[in-house]
Design a protein around this ligand. Structure first.
Ligand code: LLX
Ligand code: CA
Ligand code: ZN
Length: 433
């Protein structure tokens, strides 16, 4: 049995946003995952919170005021008046203006921020936010479907209490926005595993990008080629992360679990199974350091849902059946209706054993150059991002009936609760008031 306390953050509205017809990013995947989590009964093993909603002020801890002000004002109805800003902030095709865009950003960012706060206050050992992980967002602009970088904002909160934060990114894309934010500091080590070469978005993440100034050797990149399978990935992931942990000795970890590194992803090119992806999550979990776990990319909806449900089960240390439980989305999982379908790929693994060994050695040689677990002089600790009162104030709308305000404090609308039998020994979903 795990003794780890797990907090899970989910806003029941986050799955209702639409990037627009034909766009591969489907926030609906978050509703599907949550439904699987509930129907497997995993909510009984965690504290489930309806998260705080980040304010513009919270977002400006990383982003520029002008960019956040723009995100707050622009809507599909008034976009004509903002044409000259669209290219300036890289908003348009990949990062469209859709209905409720700022609310969407506020929901997923608030969840990562509150997760970091709960870890800081030792209210949990693991905080999960599958709606977060938007690692491409930059200080001044949107990028690669990402607007506000919840990861950077979560790490900034962790840095109030933690001397060294390790960021690990297993999305198929380079974690460029997070790397860039902390490129000059040794307080955060960023480690990204990603496809690199033949221009694959975002085009950065070469093994020679290692950080600069005080941050030299604190950016670690593991560029990989297409078709990497479980065996090869784990062969590089485990030694790299073991060495990083030994040299850096982080006191908190942020793990970005982008599921576009799975086989048959609509936009990815790796060949990982959900078990292989999960093996990396388990490996990080077993270092017993507080972890903020976030989502990321993932464009074959049924596989993203399988992967993050399975990883939730690993994080709460609960074995779940390979046969999927009934949910309103069961038809998405035809014809096998299993959690771990067989992986069939048409792609060869372009990563030779020699190539992977060379990359691992290169990372090790760079780690030897960095100072062992650099320390910081701790000053007065700044206050938490928000108080419990502010969380409630954010959520209650004076224009809405009181009963709605009360319902808003619930994790789920009443009719969405898992309705199965209750385990007498376990607390039910904890409602944060
Ligand atoms: N990598 C990634 C991680 C999180 C989100 C989006 C991305 N972007 C891509 O995967 C990508 C793919 C092809 C071209 C450009 C970018 C993300 C997660 C949740 C909500 C919004 C974005
Ligand atoms: Ca990555
Ligand atoms: Zn991605």
């Amino acid at each position: 049995m795990s003794t780890k306390k797990v907090s899970y953050f989910y806003n029941p509205n986050v799955g209702n946003f639409h990037y627009g017809p034909g766009h591969p990013m489907k926030p609906h995947r978050l509703s599907v995952i949550h439904s699987l989590v509930l129907n497997y009964g995993l909510h009984r093993k965690m504290q489930v919170y309806r998260p705080y909603r980040a304010s513009a002020h919270d977002m400006c801890r990383f982003h520029s005021d002008e960019y956040i002000d723009f995100l707050q004002r622009v809507t599909p109805q008034n976009i004509q008046g903002y044409t000259k800003y669209l290219s300036h902030f890289n908003v348009g095709d990949d990062c469209p203006v859709f209905e409720g865009l700022f609310d969407f950003c506020s929901m997923y960012t608030g969840a990562s921020l509150e997760g970091a706060m709960k870890l800081n206050n030792n209210h949990c050992d693991i905080a999960i936010n599958w709606s977060g992980g938007l690692h491409h967002a930059k200080k001044f602009e949107a990028s690669g479907f990402c607007y506000v970088n919840d990861i950077v904002i979560g790490i900034l909160e962790l840095l109030k209490y933690h001397a060294r934060v390790l960021y690990i990114d297993i999305d198929v894309h380079h974690g460029d926005g997070v790397q860039e934010a902390f490129y000059l500091t040794d307080r955060v080590m960023t480690v990204s595993f990603h496809k690199y070469g033949n221009y694959f978005f975002p085009g950065t993440g070469d093994m020679y990008e290692i950080g600069a100034e005080s941050g030299r050797y604190y950016s670690v990149n593991v560029p990989l080629k297409e078709g990497i399978d479980d065996t090869s990935y784990v062969q590089v992931f485990k030694p790299v992360i073991s060495n990083v942990m030994e040299f850096y000795q982080p006191t908190a970890i942020v793990l970005q679990c982008g599921a576009d590194s799975l086989a048959n992803d609509r936009l990815g090119c790796f060949s990982l199974s959900t078990r292989g992806h999960g093996e990396c999550v388990k490996f990080v979990r077993d270092f017993n350091v507080p972890i903020l776990v976030v989502g990321g990319g993932g464009y074959t909806l049924r596989n993203v849902a399988r992967c993050w449900t399975y990883e939730t089960s690993l994080l709460v240390d609960e074995q779940i059946s390979n046969e999927l439980p009934y949910t309103e989305y069961l038809e998405y999982f035809a014809p096998d209706f299993t959690l771990h379908p067989d992986v069939v790929t048409r792609q060869d693994n372009a990563n030779s054993r020699q190539y992977l060994e060379a990359i691992t050695r290169h990372v090790y040689d760079n780690l030897k150059m960095c100072q062992h677990s650099p320390s910081v002089q701790m000053h007065d600790v700044p206050g938490d991002a928000f108080t419990e009162d502010e969380k409630i104030k954010e959520e209650s709308d004076p224009d809405v009936r009181l009963s709605q305000a009360e319902e808003d404090k619930l994790v789920e609308p009443k009719n969405e609760f898992y309705d199965g039998e209750k385990d007498q020994d376990k607390p039910d979903i904890k409602v944060e008031t």
